[in-house]
Design a protein around this ligand. Structure first.
Ligand code: CDV
Length: 310
């Protein structure tokens, strides 16, 4: 089998505070894009909602959130320097942002931009965590269900610069269906950004579990689908609200090949052998040979758990 290598980078971001301008944020992204390229990257993964603070932690009217934190166009004047840099450097990227679609619907979105600086794919977040109602007793809110509609584009795979990419966002990474649907379309690399608060406002989850469950989800799903997974955090303390780091690149073996050390802007980069996944997809996870979908019907027939089948 001929080896195929991809220079794959994750550009983790430290905090973005409420007072930070889009222009200042984009300058940080461009600096990391340049560093990644200098270290051999052909594709760079940025976080979820990379252009702003993680605003679903704040209660406000939808109209105010849309005016302050959403993008009605992509690219727009603020973000254009990132697209220009991608074209100049010949490097692609994944970017998460809050999208106000043409029909006025709000989505938590990621785009795939190719090495010519053109948008080659779009994903709108499907597994939206959190709540709609105000929880004044909680230390902060998690209002993704209030501010975003459920994504309407499915889990698609895009071939860009000769690599098959899938995309998802944050909470999607915890659901095995996310990866399997893309692996069934022969995805080679799944990219995702995340904002994961260190505190769970719903139950008293030990803080270390936030990182453990993040990593175990990525590693298990990379292995079980024979794919590379590249995950970029926005992390550290945003105006006093801490989020986990531990951005990683995971190989189809399930092993972590690179991991960030800081909770600041930090680039990690690997030379990813895309043929590695083939060994798993031709043997233990040869879907065509070994899957038994006739026994998986409940996965699509039921949403919540119910009684044992008769
Ligand atoms: N932005 C997210 O989707 N965050 C979620 C919540 C539940 C912490 C996550 O799964 O990380």
């Amino acid at each position: 089998m001929t080896t195929r290598k991809l220079g794959l980078a994750v550009a983790q971001m430290g905090p973005v505070h409420l007072s930070d301008s889009r222009g200042a944020v984009v300058r940080r992204l461009v600096a990391m894009l340049r560093e990644a390229k200098a270290r051999g990257a052909e594709m760079v993964v940025f976080p979820e909602l990379a252009l702003t603070t993680f605003f679903p932690r704040y209660w406000m009217e939808e109209a105010e959130a849309q005016a302050r934190f959403f993008e009605a166009q992509m690219p727009n004047a603020d973000v254009q320097p990132l697209f220009d840099a991608a074209r100049e450097l010949g490097v692609g990227f994944y970017l998460g942002y809050a999208e106000l679609a043409e029909d006025g619907r709000p989505y938590n979105t990621a785009v795939l931009v190719n090495q010519r600086g053109d948008i080659a794919g779009k994903y709108r977040k499907i597994h939206l965590p959190g709540h709609v109602e105000h929880k004044p007793e909680a230390p902060f809110q998690h209002l993704e269900k209030k501010y975003f509609d459920v994504g309407d584009l499915g889990f698609r795979v895009f071939e860009s610069d000769a690599v098959k990419y899938g995309m998802c966002l944050c909470n999607d990474r915890r659901w095995p269906e996310t990866y399997r649907v893309m692996a069934l379309q022969s995805a080679e690399v799944v990219m995702l950004g995340y904002n994961t608060p260190s505190l769970n406002i719903h139950w008293n989850e030990p803080v270390h579990l936030r990182t453990t469950t993040h990593l175990v989800s990525l590693q298990a799903n990379a292995y079980q689908n024979g794919i590379w997974v590249a995950a970029a955090a926005k992390c550290g303390s945003e105006d006093g609200h801490h989020m986990i780091g531990s951005s990683v690149i995971v190989a189809p073996t399930g092993e972590i090949v690179a991991r960030t050390l800081t909770e600041e802007d930090e680039v990690i980069c690997v030379s990813a052998d895309l043929t590695l996944g083939e060994h798993f997809r031709q043997h233990v996870f040869n879907f065509a040979k070994h899957r038994r979908p006739e026994h998986y019907r409940l996965i699509v027939d039921r949403v919540g758990a119910g009684d044992p089948l008769p």
